[in-house]
Design a protein around this ligand. Structure first.
Ligand code: SAM
Length: 298
């Protein structure tokens, strides 16, 4: 059953993505993180519905939203539940040898954050899940209840960029186990922070630890490089790969991959950032960075 959720995810840097990604209006484009289909819809409209689009996502619930949203717009969209790390198998399965562009929009979708019983949000009280792929084995409850304190500290420090308090938060998590709901985790984080940090932070005090766990649950950093490496055998010469990141570690992986790869002309050694106007309209876009590279072959 698809839940009713009318407030679609606000796609980030749409104009910038279209300007860089679309080199042929009737080309084949692959959206590796289809989500609620916002970028796909924009590509269809920009190309007068001439483009053929393959959209992939690990989350079947967001894919159902995308399907409903796009079904009256074009027959030229194929949506497939898969991880982007298997994009080569997906394309081969469809009999596609060459494409005109790849898009990745990393991070979390609004539906995942706001949807029920997904366990991504510290503003709700629900089971501590955070899996984008509901068939994945490890959820956030498993991690907080089974990882060692050192592993939890490292994850919170690196993925959450919770530099000063990763140790005290990880200690509090261990002390407050078992932790099975989002609010139990919020309470453990609160107890691991000095009271001033709980009250005076600009963003909610649990934001960074929740982000860290989400990245660990979904192995968000692990698969990026492996996926980027698969693009080149499918890209036509002159076709492009565009990647939007929301985390400095993700951006570093993307930047280093294209910077050190002679098969690409790296078009954005300085990342493209959202305009002030977009950040105002969609505050979630503030940490987004867009990197684009053009495949030039060997
Ligand atoms: N561009 C989309 C739009 O405009 O509606 C939003 C994409 S959202 C920021 C990121 C999406 O990436 C989520 O729907 C998430 O499920 C998906 N995702 C995360 N890891 C993935 C993976 N390994 N393979 C495929 N999709 C993944």
């Amino acid at each position: 059953m698809v839940r009713k959720y009318d407030d679609f995810h606000k796609s980030v840097m749409i104009e910038e993505v279209l300007a860089y990604l679309i080199t042929e209006k009737n080309g084949i484009y692959v959206d590796c993180t289809a989500g609620e289909g916002g970028h796909i819809k924009a590509i269809l409209e920009f190309t007068d519905k001439m483009a053929r689009i393959i959209g992939v996502d690990v989350d079947y619930e967001v894919l159902e939203i995308a399907e409903q949203r796009l079904k009256d717009l074009s027959d030229n969209v194929v949506l497939i539940k898969s991880s982007y790390k298997d994009i080569d198998m997906v394309l081969r399965g469809l009999g596609i040898d060459k494409v005109d562009g790849f898009l990745m929009d990393l991070g979390v979708s609004t539906f995942q954050l706001k949807g029920e019983n997904r366990g991504f949000s510290f503003t709700k009280d629900e089971p501590l899940d955070m899996r984008m792929d509901n068939q994945a084995k490890k959820d956030a409850a498993y991690i907080v209840n089974n990882y060692s304190q050192e592993d939890l500290r490292r994850i919170i420090f690196e993925y959450g960029e919770e530099k000063r308090f990763a140790y005290s938060i990880s200690k509090s998590i261990i002390k407050n186990r078992p932790i099975n709901t989002t609010q139990e985790l919020v309470n453990a984080i609160r107890k691991g922070l000095p009271i001033s940090q709980v009250h005076e932070r600009r963003r909610h005090f649990a934001t960074k630890t929740f982000q860290a766990l989400r990245i660990e649950v979904n192995e968000e950093l692990k698969n990026i490089e492996e996926t980027l490496a698969k693009f080149e055998s499918f890209l036509k010469v002159g076709a492009r790969a565009a990647v939007i990141t929301f985390h400095s570690l993700e951006d570093r992986i993307v930047k280093n991959f294209f910077k050190n790869n002679e098969k690409y002309d790296f078009l954005t050694p300085k990342p493209i950032l959202p305009s002030q106007e977009e950040i105002k309209r969609n505050p979630r876009s503030r940490s987004a960075k867009l990197r684009v590279a053009e495949y030039i072959g060997v």
